[in-house]
Design a protein around this ligand. Sequence first.
Ligand code: HAM
Length: 412
Amino acid sequence: MERLPGFRDFYPEPLPHPDVWSADARQYIFEKWRTVAKRYGFREYDGPPLEPLELFTTKSGEEIVGQLYNFKDKGDRDISLRPEMTPTLARMVAAHERNYKKPIKWFAMPQLFRYERQQKGRLREHFQFNADLIGETDPAADAELIALLIDTLRAFGLTSEDFVIRLSSRNAWQDFFRQGGGDHAHEYDFFQVIDKLERTPPEETERKLSAMNFSMAKVTEFINEGNPTLELDTILKNLGARGLREFVKVDYRVIRGLAYYTGVVFEAFDCKGEFRAIAGGGRYNNLVKLISGGKVDLAALGFGMGDVVLLELLKARGLLPKFDAPMDVYVLIQDEALRPISLKLVHDLRAAGFAVDYPLTATKLDKQIKRAQELKVAHTAKLENDDYVRIRDTKTRDEIVTGMAGAKNHLG
Ligand code: HAM
């Protein structure tokens, strides 16, 4: 039986095949995401992996709707696996926002599903670190979130030589569009053309723009000038005060594909341009209101960072640590008559917090020693009799014989 295309198997290291993914690397990434988010005062939340289809069809825009993993359940409901977390978050916040002091700072690490064409950096399932800040309109919030994004990437050892945050603003593009006489009804279509600029042949973009009475030359000029709006300038200064200015540049080619963004938008890319976006996000000040049917009106912003591109980048830059899981102690059982008391020792040491292994069945001593070496244990422990245990430091080869109760004091 084969796994589905675009899905992954995660194995413990060492990996048996280049085609599988590392469960250890995944865990490493999750831990870093969680640690940095907590340092910034973000609290963890989660929601259901399946949602009513409608949560995504009206709010995310056509790009995501085309990629939905949707079906009817046995109760004849139209449902979908979540392709992103933001609509779920908006729904959850709208339902219980009174319970929380503003601004709300929350993070999650959901597995998401998109029926995309499988390609480098894009699969049909990925894990995505989401950090969102709700209930604050001031650009200080945007700067705080971008600082979190930068520090998350730095926590993996990436530097300003490796990645850059491309900062942009839908407001800036909105002004450009409206001042250029654009028809309000086609604003999102225009945004879509800008979003695809880097992936579309210029003739095609030119044709689409002129259908909306815009010229490629004017668009290019606006991008090349790259004058930061007042809001972007405030964010840049805020990041500068933290010593993070070098990680950010204004780049109006970024506008983001999702429909709900309303203001500042940004994406993280590798500096060499080898990979797809590492992360993306922005302001979505109307989504909570839209999802709550007008009942709750809260400004919001956030970003999502996938594990797929991040892992590709860390691998390419040699920034993944070596994963092995050394155990603390291997309890050798030479005399099967001592197995019950050995099990007691194993159990006591585990209760004291040590990682302990031992032979499940009667095994020759040399095999046991080999296994202990493979597990890279710091110590072996062997019951000499019902009362005494011989502890050996596998590095120094020092040995000590001690009473059962005192064994743990020699394993630090
Ligand atoms: P997004 O740009 O669609 O934004 O996804 C964010 C990141 O998730 C991407 O930059 C990429 O790293 C990763 N990603 C997306 N699709 C795939 C895929 N098919 N395979 C692998 N990785 C993928 C959002 O999802 C927004 N909801 C983020 C957000 C949170 N905005 C505000 N709050």
